[in-house]
Design a protein around this ligand. Structure first.
Ligand SMILES: [Zn+2]
Length: 51
């Protein structure tokens, strides 16, 4: 997890459209921008960088 728990929670509430990469509210059925249905949770994080 990151430095700020609140920020981490907020990150998980964002879903990203695979088609146009627009950010959508969590558990959206369709993208608000392109109306595509291919959404994924914004969670693809790499290694934690050491401070
Ligand atoms: Zn979209």
């Amino acid at each position: 997890m990151g430095k700020f728990p609140v920020a981490d929670a907020a990150m998980l509430k964002v879903w990203v459209c695979k088609k146009c990469k627009a950010r959508n509210p969590a558990h959206s059925k369709t993208c608000r921008k392109c109306f595509g249905s291919h959404l994924r949770p914004k969670r693809q994080r790499k290694k934690e960088t050491k401070g």
